[in-house]
Design a protein around this ligand. Structure first.
Ligand code: GDP
Ligand code: MG
Length: 397
């Protein structure tokens, strides 16, 4: 990337000079006001200094995959710069200067801040490229991890572990490297084993998470599996914190599967119902809430969960949601002290690196993944190799 300063009386002129020197593709990385040079400079009107940049043909135009991330970032930079440019034009043409100008300047400033951040990202990648010099197979693997949305720190950690574990020709062998990465990825997460029904003890499993992620469907799948394949005695309890009676779905399933189902409308109900089903092997607790009042709902739900005193609390996260949303959901629901993570809708997800990020960050063991709407087929125990293959190769073993 070629970077150069340009000084002119106005932003428009500075931009024109920049474009005439660096070409139409040049972008503005930053602007500031500067005094004119010389002893009497302070008497003269201030000038505008801009820092312009243009991509380096060699680095960014190869398109061999290695530069995928930087290309994206460069596109982003270009787009943002175009935005700023448009805003500036509007500003110049606008009759009503004054307040509008002040407002727009701060917006431009914040956009420049974003551009700076994007530039830092590029610098990071370039630094990584020149200093660490991963062998090419590892470089490709690194990019693959990033494309799967694995956090950059984590991706670097994985590649460095490969470098420690393998040597010589093994590092040049894509197959061996891939196997190693899958092993490392699975080692970065924890996994829980499904409960095995034993007489003498009743296991209580609760499922919590936002509305629509698939809690009820998951509960139905597990109930059917325990009932059909393990001949376990199962009971279902729906914790309806808002008395909204959104329980028909589970009730219908319970009727068809001939599994007893109760609704707890209060924490006291919950304690009583769990006691009532002490003759069962497994009690599955579904939870119902309303999205728009999530915080209040969780506070209320905490009382229900406490009353149930469950062995397992599975936080259900939809694999289709954004990473930011997942973190947000985790933060909101952690007051319920979940001790399992369950990823639903894996079949619809476009990118599964988030699973690794969240599992690594929270240190919570993964219990199940769900892969469709069919009860009881579309669920699988989260096994290390299965999940690691899913994340890295997007294949379900
Ligand atoms: N594609 C897909 N859809 C699912 C999965 N699990 C649940 N669903 C669907 O997601 C919707 C909401 O599920 P539901 O169990 O009612 O979510 P809840 O509000 O958390 O109880 C329903 O249409 C389900 O059929 C899954 O693993 N994959
Ligand atoms: Mg539900």
């Amino acid at each position: 990337m070629k970077i150069k300063k340009f000084v002119a009386p106005t932003l428009k002129e500075a931009t024109e000079i920049m474009k005439s020197e660096l070409g139409e593709d040049a972008i503005i990385l930053g602007t500031r006001r500067v005094k004119q040079p010389g002893i009497l400079g302070f008497l003269k009107p201030e000038m505008i200094e801009i820092v312009g940049a243009v991509e380096d043909e060699k680095i960014f135009k190869q398109g061999n995959g290695d530069e995928g991330i930087s290309m994206d970032t460069v596109d982003l930079l270009k787009r943002m710069t175009r935005d700023i440019e448009t805003k500036r034009k509007n500003l110049n043409e606008g009759a009503n200067v004054g307040a509008f100008e002040r407002y727009d300047y701060s917006e431009i400033k914040s956009e420049i801040e974003e551009v700076k951040q994007a530039l830092n990202k590029i610098t990071e990648h370039l630094k990584y490229k020149s200093s660490i010099q991963y062998p090419s197979v590892l470089k490709k693997a690194f990019v693959n991890l990033i494309e799967k949305e694995v956090e950059e720190d984590l991706a670097n950690k994985i590649i460095r572990t490969v470098l420690t574990n393998l040597s010589g020709d093994a590092l040049k062998n894509e197959k061996i490297v891939e196997e190693e990465i899958i092993k490392i990825i699975s080692g970065l997460m924890r996994f829980s084993k499904p409960v095995k029904p034993v007489r003498r003890k009743t296991f209580v499993l609760a499922f919590v998470g936002p509305t629509g992620v698939g809690k009820t469907t998951t509960v139905a799948k597990l109930a059917a599996i325990y009932r059909l394949f393990e001949s376990a005695k199962v009971a279902l309890i729906s914790a309806d914190t808002y008395r909204i009676a959104a329980i028909e779905q589970l009730q219908t399933f319970a009727n068809i599967a001939n599994i007893p189902m109760d609704v707890a409308y209060t924490p006291e109900d919950m304690a009583r119902l769990v006691r009532k089903h002490q003759d069962k092997d497994i009690i599955l607790i579904d939870t119902v809430g309303r999205n728009q009042r999530q915080n209040e709902h969780i506070f209320e739900l905490a009382k229900f969960i406490k009353s149930a005193d469950p062995d397992e609390v599975h936080l259900v996260l939809s694999a289709t949601s954004s990473y930011k949303n997942m973190i947000d959901v985790y933060n909101k629901f952690k007051v319920l002290v979940p001790n399992r993570l369950l990823f639903s809708k894996v079949d619809e997800a476009v990118c599964l690196g988030y699973i690794l990020n969240i599992a690594y960050r929270t240190k919570l063991p993964l219990s199940y993944i769900t892969t469709g709407q069919n009860v009881p087929d579309d669920i699988a125990v989260a096994e290390p190799r299965v999940i690691a293959n899913l994340i890295y190769k997007e294949v379900l073993l």
